[in-house]
Design a protein around this ligand. Structure first.
Ligand code: CA
Length: 226
């Protein structure tokens, strides 16, 4: 999943990015409110971490503008002040959650996980399609009872497709949600990674149905059904 961090304090922004990348997220940073708004309104993100106090457009302005534009990406607002009216203003402007600085990275992570929780039909933090399961907290992947080891990128890709079961996902969607802005990814790279995933989650399990389907001319679908 891909996250945008809008924060003018470079040290904080960079440490959030580093921490989130270790957790398999693709992360972009905007250091000003104006850049942040541009990124948030033109790129596809699964979540936005937004500082309240920014030069130029501030966090509240950005929240309001995005919601007016019908962009409903979940937003966590970072606020330096713990005052009640500040939090209320943040939530009223369209933010989904807020976190008072300074905060522990673990808490930020827990809130991200809560806001990007499971799609319909999945229980708790485990995504499942047929006998394939992915625990989004521990990143343990299993087919039936057999554990499967995946690289970080393979895990990010699998998580993204498993969050959209039975739907056609285009290569562009995959590029936009699994890699960040700086990564110059070609559609061909997606094919290569899908191939890696198939060789680990489908091919070794001869008695189970293959789950990753190619939808010619469109993209891919993860599904039990044909
Ligand atoms: Ca700030």
């Amino acid at each position: 999943m891909r996250i945008l961090v809008i924060e003018d304090e470079h040290k904080i922004a960079n440490s959030i990015k580093k921490g989130l990348e270790q957790e398999l997220y693709a992360v972009d940073i905007a250091y000003t409110g104006d850049d942040g708004y541009d990124f948030a309104s033109t790129e596809e993100y699964d979540l936005i971490i937004l500082d309240r106090l920014l030069p130029g457009l501030d966090g509240i302005d950005i929240c309001k503008k995005l919601r007016e534009k019908q962009i409903h990406t979940p937003i966590i607002l970072l606020t330096a002040k713990g005052q009640v009216h500040d939090r209320v203003e943040g939530l009223n402007s369209g933010a989904d959650d807020y976190l008072v600085k300074p905060f522990a990275f673990e808490e930020l992570l827990a809130r991200i996980k809560a806001l990007t929780r499971r799609p319909k039909g999945n229980i708790g933090s485990v995504l499942a399609v047929s006998d394939l399961s992915l625990n989004t907290l521990t990143y343990e992947v299993k087919r039936g009872k057999i554990k499967i080891n995946l690289s970080r990128k393979e895990l990010s890709l699998l998580e993204y497709v498993m969050r959209h079961p039975n739907q056609i996902i285009t290569k562009d969607q995959i590029i936009n949600h699994v890699w960040n802005y700086e990564a110059d990814i070609l559609p061909n790279t997606v094919e290569v990674y899908i191939g890696y995933l198939r060789s680990k989650i489908d091919k070794p399990f001869k008695s189970s149905k293959p789950l990753i389907k190619t939808v010619r001319g469109f993209g891919y679908r993860i599904s039990e059904k044909k």
